[in-house]
Design a protein around this ligand. Structure first.
Ligand SMILES: [Zn+2]
Ligand SMILES: [Zn+2]
Length: 325
């Protein structure tokens, strides 16, 4: 009876955590990664929204397709990927440039619409990855935990749902970022509502666009977000397995041009592990890094500044070129 009520409370908390990330509290031993803990297991109730976004793609035969829907999906993919790569990753996790408080919040909000949790959660786990890359403690090392776990198993585990606050104390000074981190699902919900209203208005007042609320949500949110998910996740999984190693980093990171195209430049992952502080990840002119070009454009407009370059000596340090691991 006690066990049943404990399970019911646990289930209720997992469901509440769809909206409030603080609904599930992590005990200290689980946060520290104590092995054998039940917190290592996947939280089946908490992953329902993630599964539901995938399931939303099954609605495509019913909602149909239009140029409007395809353009919306493409634009939302590019803009949100840039917010994740340029800001969640290069700014919040690595401090690769500087910007004002308003700009950091705008891009944090845009990044949150990608439904990859809040900026503090994302940055804290990513910082942990760089400290423990491809060690047993690395939550998403394909070398230690397998490709599927590194791709999308690790963030469904109870222990990894929590933000590693000790690693992002400087970012946690901003209450608006803490708010976004706790209520991270508000941003994707707002995007869904916006798409629905825009599609419904288009259906009524601009029938020539051949779209609807349901169609814009299915393409603009579900398809676009699922594509964003798996492109982003592939950096944790495939970019530590497939590609070339220019630098002898102590992890198994690789440079992969295909992944770099999909992720606006993040596929130059071996470069990035070699020198994570830089604003650019394509170290040479032929290594296309669309995020970096976008950041340069924002710097020209005065929106961001002090982009950290790759020192020439660091870039030239190819003594162990092609080394295998
Ligand atoms: Zn990595
Ligand atoms: Zn990084």
């Amino acid at each position: 009876m006690i066990a049943a009520s404990t399970r019911a409370v646990r289930l209720a908390r997992s469901i509440a955590a769809w909206f409030d990330a603080h609904a599930v509290r992590l005990p200290a031993d689980a946060a520290a990664g104590a092995t054998g803990s039940r917190w290592r297991r996947i939280d089946a109730a908490r992953v329902v929204p993630f599964v539901a976004i995938h399931a939303g793609c099954l609605a495509l035969p019913w909602v149909g397709v239009s140029t409007t829907a395809l353009v919306t999906a493409g634009v939302l993919y590019a803009v949100r990927m840039f917010a994740i790569t340029g800001f969640y990753h290069r700014y919040f996790a690595h401090g690769a440039f500087r910007t004002g408080r308003r700009t950091q919040f705008v891009f944090a909000l845009l990044g949150a619409t990608a439904a990859q949790r809040g900026p503090l959660w994302w940055a804290s786990h990513h910082r942990h990855h760089h400290v423990h890359s491809d060690e047993a403690d690395d939550a998403h090392s394909p070398q230690h935990h397998g490709l599927a776990w590194s791709h999308f198993g690790w963030f469904m585990a109870r222990e990894n749902y929590a933000t590693r606050h000790a690693l992002v104390r400087s970012l946690a000074r901003f209450p608006e970022l803490r708010f976004l981190d706790r209520w991270d699902s508000l941003a994707p919900f707002a995007l869904v509502a916006l798409l629905w209203v825009a599609g419904a208005l288009a259906a009524r007042y601009a029938p020539g666009l051949h779209t609807s609320g349901a169609q814009l949500v299915a393409w603009g949110f579900c398809v676009s977000t699922v594509a964003l998910y798996h492109a982003t996740f592939s950096i944790n999984s495939l970019a530590h397995r497939r590609g070339r190693r220019r630098y002898a980093t102590r992890d198994a990171s690789r440079n992969n041009a295909w992944l770099a195209l999909l992720t606006l430049g993040e596929g130059w992952h071996n470069n990035h592990h070699h020198y994570p502080a830089a604003a650019r990840q394509g170290f040479f002119w032929w290594e296309v890094d669309l995020t970096y070009y976008g950041l340069c454009a924002l710097a020209c407009l005065g929106v961001i500044h002090d982009l950290r370059p790759v020192p020439a000596a660091v870039r030239a340090d190819v003594a162990a070129q092609g080394c295998e691991r």
